[in-house]
Write a protein that binds this ligand. Structure first.
Ligand code: BG6
Length: 509
């Protein structure tokens, strides 16, 4: 399923018998993403009878009620997506098979007895392999890891693996990420740690590497001789909604940049790995993120824009501003939008700016990477109607409308010499039948089968935080906040950031 299994004739093997513990079993992630992903894996015949799924949380609930609660939620979600034309209804037989392998351990994450109950569960399933998935609040990551270690649950044998999956956010700045890595590595080895970034579960993100390195065409122009700049955008129409208390301490930079946006940057900018194995791929990614130029605080301020959305009426509906959202201070200075300019100091990219932007409550949902090529010489069009040629872009559309498009100039038919922008394109939906998926299927399957390629290594994470730390440090000393109306394309200051370099953002959507 992951990047390393490239032989399309070979059906992926059924995952090995494993007891999968889901810490934070009553949380949103489990019901919205992890259980539906496990259901989809089961539908695709990739989970055998040896899989046991065990919820771990502090609330008391029986095994049957826990499974029923998940079923009700997933059934309802699937039904509403069917109504919108986007998914399949829950198959009762398939669910029953999966439900027979779901159970529950009640326990406090900080209480040692929880870990003896987990040990007993492993004895009862008779499956020595275990994965501990920490879908908990981040403050529990190191606490749970320490207790898994001290209770002996992380000891592997020749025929039993023990793995730990850590969700995002992995730290809140460089020192906390370094401390969390150190804490994990005290009780387990790097090969037991699976740090999740759900962007790496997206087909379109994995396809960046495959497209770049399986088509000779790309390498010939993939460098600073031909590329003028790169724009990486992750725009959302949703607001902060019920996540105010989390978001107030996080903000757009921490929430999206060192993880998701840097993963996109790494996929586009990394050198070809020697092989599609976990070490080679992750080594190249760590190198390119490590090559992001560390700005001084002054440079960080000059090369960043922080924005926050204000209220507006969108399609006849009143939309609250960030400061009016639940659990948000009416004076909050947390950014819901960020635009940055970063430079990569290596031979391939020297002189090519990478502009990154992400924000909530923008005019369109649009995650894309736009590669802007250097302009053609103008000379031959002098004295014609063509006064300014538009730059060529390669637009890698991550979501929605997944695909890739080249913007080219073509002659508009007629007696005069006039050009028009046209597109050469590939849309996923025209070539592939995509089964409904959450993006977590590949990640869970890869963890069960021991493939770490799509997971972040300690150095990837730390290099990401190292590159954003100057922005955090500079902003902590005071920084302006530019407001933008909900439903707009972001603050004007973000346009000025590019205009200073004689460039402009592509429009959203
Ligand atoms: C999460 C962030 O990691 O990614 C959210 O915490 C954000 O704030 C989400 O909305 C975006 O993911 P996607 O897959 O919808 O682009």
């Amino acid at each position: 399923m992951g990047l390393t299994r490239t032989n399309s004739k070979q059906k992926p093997a059924v995952a090995p018998a494993t007891t999968l513990f889901l810490f934070g079993a009553h949380g949103d992630l489990v019901k919205r993403l992890l259980m539906p992903a496990l259901y989809n894996l089961s539908r695709d015949g990739l989970l055998g009878d040896g899989i046991h799924i065990v919820g771990v949380d502090h609330n008391a609930i029986s095994d049957a009620d826990f499974a029923k609660k998940l079923e009700d939620f997933i059934r309802q979600e699937a039904a509403s997506k069917v109504a919108e034309g986007g998914a399949e209804p829950l198959d009762p037989e398939l669910w029953a098979q999966l439900a027979s392998r779901i159970s529950y351990v009640q326990g406090d994450f900080l209480d040692d007895s929880t870990y003896s109950d987990i040990e007993k569960k492993i004895q009862a399933t008779g499956t020595g392999n275990a994965v501990f998935y920490l879908a908990t609040a981040p403050r529990f990551f190191s606490e749970v890891a320490k207790r898994l270690g001290s209770s002996g649950l992380l000891v592997e044998t020749d025929d039993a693996f023990r793995r730990v999956v850590i969700e995002k956010p992995f730290g809140s700045d460089l020192p906390s990420a370094v401390a969390l890595n150190a804490c994990l590595l005290k009780v387990m080895s790097e090969k037991q740690i699976y740090r999740i970034d759900h962007y790496l579960g997206k087909e379109t993100v994995q396809n960046i590497l495959v497209s770049r390195f399986s088509n000779g065409l790309f390498e010939s122009f993939w460098n600073n001789h031909y590329i003028d700049h790169v724009q990486i955008t992750a725009a959302e129409t949703v607001g902060v909604e019920t996540r105010g208390s989390f978001y107030e301490h996080t903000g757009a930079l921490r929430d999206m940049v060192p993880n998701h946006l840097f993963q996109l940057l790494a996929m586009v900018a990394m050198e070809p790995p020697a092989a599609f194995g976990a070490d080679a791929v992750r080594g190249e990614k760590a190198k390119v993120i490590g090559a992001i130029r560390p700005w001084s605080e002054e440079e960080a301020l000059a090369n960043s824009v922080r924005g926050q959305y204000t209220e507006n009426t969108i399609a006849d509906k009143d939309v609250a501003g960030y400061r009016q959202e639940p659990n948000v201070s009416p004076e909050s200075c947390t950014e819901t939008y960020v635009a940055l300019k970063v430079m990569i100091d290596n031979w391939r990219w020297v002189g090519v700016p990478f502009y990154l932007r992400t924000g909530k409550r923008l005019s369109a949902r649009d995650t894309e990477i736009a590669i802007c090529f250097k302009p053609a010489p103008y000379a031959q069009f002098r004295d014609t109607e063509v006064d300014a040629l538009k730059p060529n872009y390669l637009n890698i559309q991550i979501q929605p409308n997944e695909g890739m498009w080249f913007d080219l100039q073509a002659k508009r038919p007629g007696p005069t010499l006039d050009t028009q922008n046209v597109e050469l394109g590939f849309a996923y939906k025209d070539f592939f039948e995509m089964q409904p998926s959450t993006g977590y299927e590949t990640l869970i399957y890869d963890c069960l089968t021991g493939d770490q390629t799509l997971f972040q290594r300690a150095d990837n994470i730390e290099n990401g935080w190292r590159a954003v730390q100057p922005f955090l440090d500079a902003w902590a000393k005071g920084c302006s906040l530019d407001h933008y109306q909900a439903g707009s394309e972001g603050p004007e200051a973000a346009d000025e950031l590019l205009a200073r370099d004689g460039r402009e953002w592509r429009s959203l959507g």
